[in-house]
Design a binder for this molecule. Structure first.
Ligand SMILES: [Zn+2]
Length: 423
């Protein structure tokens, strides 16, 4: 049976087409059919068979953005205890708004490194809710005394919460670490997340410590790798970064206190850095949430990021969005501000865009998807802008500048109208 695809072909013409990797194309055009891109190039080189398709015209066209480090936990406070005590219906309802906000801001894909990403992805994929493609780790693996431990809650109570779906997981020793990976896979993880070091803000959690031992890290990576999953390592302390890379973790999150030896090792092993300047800067600028530790390490983080960019470490963009509150000046839908931080760290706007588009899928390792590039055969995820981010990267930080959003070939946002729920 012959399938007529010609009628399903759509065309977008752009004054400037930014492919995600490589040079921008002036007077570019893109053809897509349902969920896939079928042609990208100069308008003058458009094959005859596509010339009859009447185009949508946009000033700037580029791939949909990737945020490779978010949380969809529905928590209004900067506290793991809040994540564990917020009712999941409340969390889900808060997150419903946030996924719409991210898609509205041009983020067509997010890697969700612990919380309710799997559940939200189900609802989005069913078509109930507009939102990005979500690739979730389900939980964060932590030692019993480590970053994922909630100190205000007795351990037996915490375990009951974990068994009831709170997105944390505590494991100690090689066997429990292997079990931890398998539990996440069973729940639908597309990536494995572990806490190699302590965190910045938690009382009793040492930011300078390496928490999992080398043997535990190796066991987690081995189990994940055999199941074709990449391991993402939350790391602040330099020694934890070194241990995580040596164990085979392929993305380093935060890297707040990174030093030259770890930068060198990241370059040698082509490990991806997701610096999450957003959360560290935000924490340092918010006296009311009194995260004094952020202020102390904020400068070091900025300096480490700059050095990593200069040394040629491969970077993907990630913000660590995690707070649901209207009172705060930084939140879901402002994910694009992270590209400004990338430029402040020494990237050109074109490099920052590559980090936020073409480099995104690499954060999923063997589960990488054909996304983040305007290229034949890739997913039809792209955004139209009325201003050029190569001239001013800051425009990507404001959803108002994202006038069109297509995800999977479907137009979700048009003419700058914010995406609603009931379309
Ligand atoms: Zn995080």
């Amino acid at each position: 049976m012959r399938v007529d695809t010609a009628s399903k072909m759509q065309r977008i013409d752009a004054q400037v087409l930014i492919p995600g990797r490589g040079s921008p194309i002036t007077n570019g055009t893109l053809i897509f059919c349902e969920k896939k891109i079928t042609f990208v190039g100069e308008k003058s080189k458009l094959p005859t068979k596509y010339q009859e398709i009447s185009p949508i015209e946009v000033p700037i066209l580029m791939p949909g953005l990737w945020d490779c480090h978010v949380h969809l936990c529905g928590s209004a406070r900067y506290s793991l205890g809040d994540v564990a005590s917020t009712h999941m219906v409340v969390a889900g309802a808060r997150c419903a708004r946030e996924v719409v906000a991210m898609l509205n801001a041009g983020f067509t894909s997010v890697r969700e490194l612990a919380s309710y990403g799997v559940q939200l992805a189900t609802v989005i994929d069913e078509g109930w809710l507009p939102g990005p493609n979500i690739y979730s780790s389900v939980s964060i693996l932590s030692t019993t005394s480590g970053h994922g431990n909630v100190r205000g809650i007795p351990l037996d109570v915490l375990w009951r919460k974990i068994e009831n779906g709170t997105p944390l997981y505590l494991c100690d020793g090689v066997n429990e670490c292997i079990k931890g990976v398998r539990v996440q896979i069973r729940k639908g993880a597309k990536v494995i997340k572990l806490a190699a070091s302590g965190g910045i803000v938690r009382e009793g959690d040492d930011v300078f410590a390496q928490q999992f031992s080398d043997k535990e890290l190796a066991a987690i990576v081995d189990e994940a790798s055999r199941n074709n999953l990449l391991v993402a390592a939350h790391c602040h302390a330099n020694k934890a970064i070194l241990a995580a890379i040596k164990a085979g973790c392929r993305t380093i999150e935060h890297a707040t206190l990174i030093e030259d030896d770890a930068i060198q090792l990241m370059v040698e092993k082509d490990v991806l850095l997701i610096a999450t300047r957003g959360i560290v800067k935000f924490g340092a600028e918010q006296p009311e949430i009194a995260v004094r530790e952020h202020c102390k390490i904020n400068k070091q983080h900025a300096e480490g990021y700059r050095k990593a960019v200069k040394a040629g470490v491969r970077i993907a963009i990630g913000t660590d969005m995690l707070l649901n509150s209207f009172k705060l000046p930084w939140g879901y839908g402002m994910n694009g501000v992270e590209l400004k931080s990338a430029v402040e760290a020494g990237m050109t706007p074109l490099q920052a865009i590559e980090a936020a588009t073409a480099n995104g899928p690499a954060s999923l390792g063997p589960k990488a998807v054909n996304s983040g590039l305007l290229k034949e055969g890739f997913d039809a995820d792209f955004i139209g802008l009325d201003k050029n981010p190569l001239e001013d990267i800051e425009i990507l930080g404001d959803a108002k500048n994202i006038i069109h959003v297509w995800k999977g070939g479907k137009l979700f946002k048009t003419n700058g109208q914010p995406i609603g729920f009931l379309n």
